[in-house]
Write a protein that binds this ligand. Structure first.
Ligand code: ATP
Ligand code: MG
Length: 420
């Protein structure tokens, strides 16, 4: 029996990888413009990191982690999100002792979640994420929201909605927890099992639940925004001011709470409407307690994660084509006895930076031509008896049909001249 890829995973085929590379280059540019440098952390971490960092009342930790014992009987978990690993790295290398903030991004980080696979929901997906450690001011939150917004806008994604909220801090959130619990207590029987279970420790989760009945029952729930302490309120006002001055459309939505325990103050999501409903492409927020939670100094931080598969899905849905690089500049065809000449010529062209190839599959000259055509190479070279005897190659411009014979030595200059 043929072995297939595990459910919820996706291959990126050679013919499609340019889309990823295009996104990656845009993402790198956007991050670099704002002073973020790349970090690369392992695909797996000690399970403990996520239990402490992400929190044991979250969907991720309760249901979605790929956790296993390695041969040394250690509990290992494949990264279910990017922030905890970045924070662990930040701490382990004492980066907090250097000049702050420490701005870092990760790209294409594989993220593993045991989810029910469906459109836009995979068991392995990839994220572009930014983390800014050591910055407490709302300008840091705002720059991240703007970076994500402008990046997606530049890629051509329309109808982007930015939703922001503040979920307060350890000073003001307990009072809100109580208020929300009072509200939910009367409605507990109508909530889903998960929300009932988390009611005590994490009542906020009910606002984020995807179950219809929970959404309806919490429609008029009290808002954290009414109970923010002075510090959190001022922070949120400054964030709004920054977004206003940047002129991007956003809405305050008190239901955005994000699924993860580590958030404080700002939370945000970038959402678009698709034919299958709304889709969150990017989610993030401030996590002033995370670094302390995993054993470091108390240090503010803010970040976001953006799903690459979802970005690609949106681009496809909107019919946006990304620039596809040319596969070959020239494909050299040859008569069987001149394979060695063709090989040498291809090597010489590549050495000059020209994308060239020849047949490796024993095709007839006619079949080589057909194949060359299929590759979309703008030029085809021919080495027949005459050309071989003269140390030359006949170059055909596939668009105009024009042919020119040149020596192998002069070939690179001519090819470059035609394709430019
Ligand atoms: P959702 O509410 O859709 O489950 P989430 O809150 O679990 O999202 P985050 O943890 O914020 O998602 O992850 C950041 C981003 O990663 C999401 O906005 C989304 O673009 C992407 N993402 C999350 N889970 C998946 C998945 N299972 N498959 C593909 N992309 C995902
Ligand atoms: Mg999720």
């Amino acid at each position: 029996m043929q072995i297939q890829a595990p459910r919820g995973t996706r291959d990126v085929l050679p013919a499609d990888s340019f889309r990823w590379q295009y996104l990656e280059s845009k993402m790198r540019q956007a991050a670099a413009l704002a002073g973020y440098r790349e970090v690369r952390t392992p695909v797996f971490e000690h399970t403990e990191l996520f239990l402490r960092g992400v929190g044991d009342t979250t969907d991720i930790v309760q249901k979605e982690m790929y956790t296993f014992k390695d041969k040394g009987d250690r509990s290992i978990t494949l990264k279910p999100e990017g922030t905890a690993g970045a924070a662990r790295c930040f701490l382990e290398h004492n980066l907090y002792a250097e000049a702050l903030p420490c701005k870092m991004y990760y790209l294409d980080a594989p993220i593993f979640r045991y989810e029910n696979p469906q459109s836009g929901r995979l068991r392995e997906h990839h994220q572009f994420g930014l983390e800014c450690f050591g910055a407490q001011e709302a300008t840091a939150d705002a720059e991240l929201i703007l970076l994500a917004y402008h990046l997606l806008e530049e890629l051509g994604i329309r109808n982007l909605k930015v939703k922001i909220n503040s979920i307060g801090c350890p000073k003001c959130r307990p009072a809100y927890h109580r208020t929300l619990k009072d509200y939910l207590a009367d409605r507990l029987d109508g909530l889903c099992e998960d929300c009932r279970e988390r009611f005590d420790r994490n009542p906020l989760r009910a606002l984020d639940c995807k179950e219809r009945k929970c959404r309806e029952l919490t429609k008029d729930a009290p808002s954290m925004l009414d109970l923010l302490c002075d510090e959190c309120r001022a922070h949120f006002e400054e964030l709004k001011g920054c977004l206003d001055s940047a002129g991007i459309p956003y809405t305050v939505d008190s239901r955005i709470v994000r699924g993860l325990d580590y958030y404080t103050k700002t939370v945000f999501e970038l959402i678009t409407e698709t034919k299958d409903g709304s889709l969150t492409v990017c989610g993030g927020g401030r996590y002033d307690n995370l670094v302390g939670e995993i054993g470091g100094p108390s240090l503010p931080a803010v970040g976001f994660g953006m799903g690459l598969e979802r970005v690609l899905m949106l681009l496809e849905g909107e019919g946006i084509t990304l620039p596809e690089p040319r596969w070959y500049d020239i494909f050299i065809t040859y008569m069987g006895s001149h394979r060695a000449d063709a090989f040498r010529l291809v090597q010489a062209l590549r050495a000059e930076g020209i994308r060239a190839d020849l047949d490796h599959c024993g095709r007839s000259l006619k079949a080589q031509f057909k194949y060359a055509n299929k590759t979309g190479a703008p030029l085809t070279g021919v080495i027949g008896d005459e050309e071989a005897a003269a140390g030359a190659v006949k170059i055909k411009n596939m668009a105009t049909g024009e042919e020119q014979t040149v020596t192998a030595q002069d070939a690179p200059a001519l090819i470059r001249q035609i394709i430019q």
